[in-house]
Design a protein around this ligand. Structure first.
Ligand code: PLP
Length: 426
């Protein structure tokens, strides 16, 4: 296979003609394939169907502490669910709050809460001049959408092989008190699938922010979503923070969205006593209590944290071949061209591909014209602006395997066409 960067113009031209023929052949097939969002496929949804048999009209609806789950109350959620989430979030049970059907919703609420309630003796963020947030990139578009919604200035932090650039984070948070937070997906980050190393977690736990109201938004959405033989371990941020007297720094989130059903699972958060006091004070106005029947259903279905881990393995069986298909296709079609790079993840929901700088938009456009939908270019960056126009997020979970194979063929051809066009122009 041709290395595009060192190939002659003549060779590139004939490669381009060949690729265009292949591309046109795909276009004539009227494909309609979707690799845009990280949604579980039907096979994965079916895994959890028997959760609906757990509760019936003649079931006992009492939680383990005797609370009737059909009624109002228990703002913090069922103790049996708190115990499970404590292990998922690696934080003490008494610092867990179980919420509704979405962790993203709890993240939004947390920021909204800090807008109107000051933390650590500081003014509410709404009354402070400027609020800045650090955004490891590439990252999760919906995180950036929340901080954009509240009008915060977002600062890109490059992701390195074992987590975000900690030198840059330490330098920025220790010198600028307008920086109030950072978004983190510490295990199988969205989209690169990177697991933060012990050193990165320890450095987060020992940050010395200039702003007394700086908080780490630790979104552990993929805490049990391993699909390799040896799952990668994440150090407990909360434990590390405790060692440094920094337990007020992190606010942690997760949910069962991609374990049972997205939008119909159970979400939770963990935070120190000081943070929880402020957060619960807001929740008590917001709701009398979340859906405890769904919590009970989940608690009885899984029984304990180990039940969650075992269930996640069933998802892994469906997901692994899909991820293998994506990686195999990238390796076979793009490796030797040297115009694309990617990270091979061991879990999570995405594969992040960096095509040749200046080629992401064009690659996505070519895919679209051939009937393959990808996440929009720039979506993995704040303000939808990828300064290199290079990052593309691939979501392999949703399309059936056969379709995924075809979609990846189209993707690789498109990335190659876009790269040759760019090189020729230069
Ligand atoms: C990093 C991350 N956090 C949160 C979510 C959404 O979680 P939930 O369904 O609990 O709101 C997603 C969904 O893709 C995600 O990738």
């Amino acid at each position: 296979m041709l290395n595009y960067k060192s190939a002659s113009e003549k060779d590139l031209q004939s490669e381009y003609t060949k690729l265009k023929d292949e591309y046109d052949a795909f276009c004539s097939k009227n494909l309609s394939l979707d690799m845009s969002r990280g949604k579980p496929c039907k096979e994965q949804l079916d895994i959890s169907n028997d959760i609906f048999d757990v509760l019936k009209s003649d079931s006992n609806f009492l939680s383990e502490d005797g609370f009737d789950c059909r009624n109002y109350g228990l703002l913090e959620g069922l103790p049996e669910m708190k115990r499970i989430f404590a292990q998922m979030l690696q934080a003490p049970e008494e610092n867990i709050m179980v919420g509704g059907n979405s962790s993203l919703n709890m993240m939004f609420d947390t920021i909204s809460c800090f807008m109107t309630k000051g933390i650590n003796g500081c003014k509410p963020w709404l009354l402070q001049n400027k609020i800045k947030f650090l955004c490891p990139v590439p990252g999760y578009d919906r995180h950036f959408a929340i901080t954009e919604y509240f009008g915060f200035e977002m600062i890109n932090i490059p992701m390195l092989k074992d987590g975000p650039d900690m030198d840059m984070i330490e330098m920025l948070v220790s010198s600028d008190d307008a920086i109030k937070g950072i978004w983190c997906v510490p295990k199988y980050s969205n989209p690169q699938g990177i697991v933060y190393s012990d050193s990165v977690v320890k450095r987060f736990a020992s940050l010395k922010p200039k702003a007394k109201d700086f908080r780490i938004m630790w979104d552990n959405a993929y805490c049990v979503h391993d699909f390799c033989e040896k799952p990668q371990k994440l150090l407990s941020l909360y434990d590390e923070c405790l060692k440094n007297g920094n337990e007020d720094l992190p606010i942690m989130f997760c949910s069962t969205s991609k374990i049972t059903f997205p939008g119909a699972g159970v979400a939770a958060m963990a935070a120190s006593d000081n943070n929880m006091k402020i957060i619960k004070d807001k929740y008590k106005y917001k709701t009398i209590g979340y859906d405890k029947i769904n919590m009970l259903r989940h608690a009885r279905y899984f029984k304990d944290y180990n039940g969650i881990v075992e269930h996640a393995k069933l998802h892994a069986k469906v997901l692994k071949p899909r991820f293998d298909t994506v990686i195999d296709s990238l390796t076979k079609n793009l490796k030797e061209t040297s115009v694309a790079e990617w990270v091979e993840p061991c879990g999570g929901y995405f594969v992040s591909v960096d095509v040749m700088p200046g080629c992401a938009k064009r690659t996505i456009e070519l895919c679209k014209q051939a009937g393959v939908k990808l996440t929009c270019a720039g979506a993995t960056y704040p303000y939808h602006t990828d300064p290199n126009d290079s990052n593309i997020r691939i979501a392999p979970s949703y399309p059936p395997m056969q379709e995924l194979k075809i979609a990846m063929e189209v993707f690789c051809i498109s990335a190659k066409i876009a790269a040759i066009e760019k090189i020729m122009k230069q």
